[in-house]
Design a protein around this ligand. Sequence first.
Ligand code: NAD
Ligand code: GLY
Length: 389
Amino acid sequence: MTPGRFESSFSAASTLASMTSNSSTAPVKVSISLVDRSYAIFIGSGLFADPLTYQHLPSASAALIVSNTTVAPIYAARLKAALQGYFAKIILCVLPDGEVYKDWQNLQVIFDALLENSCDRQTVLFALGGGVVGDMTGFAAASYMRGVPFVQVPTTLLAQVDSSVGGKTAINHQLGKNMIGAFYQPQLVVCDLDVLTTLPPRELSAGLAEVIKYGPIADMVFFGWIEDHLGDLLAGDKSALAHAVERSCQIKADVVGRDEREQGLRAILNFGHTFGHAIESGLGYGQWLHGEGVGCGMVIAAHLSQRLGLIDTAFVDRLTTLIQRAGLPVKGPILDQQDNAGRYLQLMRVDKKAQAGEIRFVLIKQPGSAAVMAAPDALVRDVIDTCCQ
Ligand code: NAD
Ligand code: GLY
């Protein structure tokens, strides 16, 4: 085992608020504590279309709602109506739908809308959509006039439990995922569980990958709860979803509150992502969903953890079973017929955690606690050969 340049671990038991059973969908508030960049995440039903949700935003004459061709027709009019009392001008910017459009060209579409409408520095951007819309809107907000306020209204499970929280914003580059971006926190996150009713089942499963992630890295009590309630979650049970979103946001808020800019600890949130991002970019963006890459990536990373002697095969099997039950792939795809493992390694060297060409993985030290480490290429190759079809 080769330790990385830093090792960070995180155990939920002593530091996080104790898990409560949330049997209702009454709005709850999770706070992100970041001094002057602190904000609230509201979780509940009937939130995004309620004007009261937005009552504490900074005053401005204009708002720009960024959404996409799938989400805008369903939800944009209701968000616009809720914002009507606060902004004299509300502009809607609709992007094409898909990971493949998370690029410079479509970021430019947001800037075009802002400039063509003479939007000033007070203009508030609203990201109405999944992680793609959220990441792009956040990046646009970070850079338009060197920074304007923005609000996350996440409409996928994945975005509610992960991407809308914590201020990572980015677009993709053909050579690497999320390679161009900024840390930039929203003013508010509005997780309305009602919008998840229109989410396709495949997208719900993708979101569950990021929910499951929080177990092995931080909270095995939560992991057990997911195992017990997976059927409810897959069936869209609002009470179960409310608890999953709340607990995920609590864990993420705690990690981000300690390490906003990923100097160490925050990297554990990338469990499964090193392999997952390689799959996403290796296949071409949009072939596998982000959550599918993460789900399968967690299985591969768990195998690597086991091969390094950190965890036993029983836990690898337990994690794999849950990921499979969630409807996610557990075998990696072949990215190169000649040298598959070599292709994975090549793609993973572009990962943001890599240092001086050395890939560093988020590995499970013991169930509920993660660390960032390097591993010998030969071992990684072997694991990839075992885990990919
Ligand atoms: P996505 O944004 O592509 O949304 C998935 C699909 O669901 C899209 O087709 C979208 O139009 C549709 N959709 C969204 N809400 C819907 C609704 N309520 N009803 C019906 N359809 C709906 O994908 P995602 O899984 O939400 O996000 C993945 C992205 O998030 C990736 O680009 C990933 O890199 C990024 N991400 C960022 C962070 C972060 O910390 N910033 C964390 C995790 C993932
Ligand atoms: N999704 C990983 C992070 O926010 O750090």
